[in-house]
Write a protein that binds this ligand. Structure first.
Ligand code: B1M
Length: 210
């Protein structure tokens, strides 16, 4: 389907407005949002990721592409997220300390919102201390932690420790994810749930609050 490959290519070129326009066009043509996400937006970022790894493109190009991808997912959001439904629960979400990657986190947020959760997004590079403060302030049912670097995986464990130390562990369920995270790692650090992808994270959050 050429519109999807066009989206993938425009993500790599960082053409935010064109990406957004083509996503709207794809939706108008009746292409399912999940397919636009997987075969257009994420395919583009996946291909760029390979070129990044091979030193064919560098941080600025990847940042511009990330902005284009985020703009595309924003355009999808209206379709993926239902309107005026009562929230089924509240989630505090963050990318952990030392980690600036937010595309996966944003997708998890989108899927959680689509599943009916209210989501408090603390952004990237978030410390355990800030997460503890956000739990006290927002009283969430679930804390969702993302990490994309092998060097920041351990920060997920530090957040869980901070939550335990603050005496809040019984008050929240904790889910973790991100490319280097595995189910075994999640269990090892004492998380309640793990998913390798964003829609799975929303399913697990729903199961955990049941
Ligand atoms: Co970064 N980066 N990056 N980067 N970057 C990776 C992750 C890397 C694999 C690239 C590579 O070398 N092949 C590599 C990590 C190596 C490692 O640790 N093993 C890497 C590196 C090394 C770095 C820097 C150190 C590079 C440098 O400066 N020399 C630096 C670190 C900065 C920092 O964070 N302190 C860096 C910087 C950047 C940019 C800023 C340029 C940019 C981020 C922009 C942004 O996010 N706004 C960037 C990007 C875009 C990437 C790649 C290309 C793409 C990541 C991405 O967004 N993928 C990435 C290579 C790759 O993955 N192919 C790479 C799409 C996204 C949808 O997938 O985030 O995995 P992902 O989310 C998935 C799942 O993981 C899951 O759901 C999503 C799919 O449905 N998921 C969860 C994520 N969070 C979840 C939470 C859950 C459940 C599921 O529950 C709570």
């Amino acid at each position: 389907m050429s519109i999807l490959s066009d989206i993938a290519e425009l993500v790599q070129k960082g053409k935010a407005q064109e990406v957004s326009d083509l996503v709207s066009q794809a939706l108008a043509e009746g292409i399912p949002p999940q397919q636009i996400l997987d075969e257009g937006l994420l395919k583009g970022m996946g291909e760029l990721g390979v070129r990044f790894k091979n030193n064919e493109v560098f941080v600025p190009e990847v940042l511009i592409a990330a902005r284009a991808l985020n703009k595309g997912t924003e355009t999808l959001k209206a379709t993926l997220v239902a309107g005026d439904i009562k929230a089924i629960g509240k989630v505090v979400i963050a990318t952990v300390s030392g980690d600036l990657h937010d595309i996966g986190k944003n997708l998890v947020k989108l899927m959680l919102e689509g599943a009916g959760f209210e989501v408090v997004d603390l952004g990237t590079d978030v410390s355990g201390e800030k997460i503890v403060a956000a739990i006290n302030e927002n009283n969430p049912d679930v804390v969702a932690l993302s990490a994309l670097l092998t060097t920041t995986m351990s920060a997920q464990s530090e957040v869980i420790k901070a939550i335990v130390d603050a005496g809040l562990r019984d008050k929240v369920k904790i889910i973790v994810g991100g490319a280097p995270i595995t189910d075994a790692f999640a269990k090892e650090i004492g998380a309640d749930g793990y998913s390798e992808d964003a829609s799975g994270a929303a399913d697990i959050a729903k199961q955990l609050i049941r």
